[in-house]
Design a protein around this ligand. Sequence first.
Ligand SMILES: Nc1ncnc2c1ncn2[C@@H]1O[C@H](COP(=O)(O)OP(=O)(O)OP(=O)(O)O)[C@@H](O)[C@H]1O
Length: 254
Amino acid sequence: MERKKMIEVKNLVKKYGDFTAVKGISFEVFEGEIFGLLGPNGAGKSTTLEIIETLREKTSGEITVDGFNLDENPAAIKKIIGVQLQTAGYYPNLNLVELIELFGGLYNQPVNPKELLEAFNLEDKAKAKFKALSGGQKQRFSIATTLINKPKIIFLDEPTTGLDPQARRNLWDLIKEVRAQGTTVVITTHYMDEAEILCDRCAIVDSGNIIAMDSPDALIDKLVAGGFERPKPVKQANLEDVFIHLTGKELRDS
Ligand SMILES: Nc1ncnc2c1ncn2[C@@H]1O[C@H](COP(=O)(O)OP(=O)(O)OP(=O)(O)O)[C@@H](O)[C@H]1O
């Protein structure tokens, strides 16, 4: 069966003055997929996401989101996507319930703050202000807010940066849960273990070009088939396994 394309990017170019940050990239994201944009600092990942999110002007190229052309109907795209706000975007004097109600009002969507907070292990923080949350709680809350307008696609830009191993694993489960509810997820991350666990497919971006795109498994198999060998034999466990074994899987900040 033909999979539905939720995002289609064709020959996307973004110039900042004389500097070309995105050099004619093309990719597709299918419905229900977790799609990763991976690449070194400055590769052009955030620029690409922000253009698709209608937050940044492109220089050229064509983008379609759920059938809506970005140039012709950006308003329709805004309605069906969920974008993680930078933390500075939260009103400092409102508590989490009030913030969710505020967003619900802005989106003109009925929303049940208690249910949403429960789904993200934040029910105990309902009356807390955003600035009083731990790093993991802030990330969970910001992902929760992307769902308020019941989007078809959410965009997560480095959602687990700075989190401890327990909080990262918890967020992976939450992201998988969001996808299981039918939402398409586009994510950027610098953690390759995270991409390997979460992403159905990923594009590797380098200096504004896509240099590889496939499932993590296929990308690894291709490297191995080319004769790649790790310099050090792989052990049965790594230091993160030791950490989780010793400190447990429970979230520390809930
Ligand atoms: N507003 C801007 N004006 C000029 N140059 C910019 C602007 N925004 C981004 N750039 C440049 O464009 C390039 C791509 O930046 P972008 O933030 O998209 O990269 P990224 O892949 O998301 O990087 P990171 O992993 O560090 O977040 C970088 O060289 C950056 O310095």
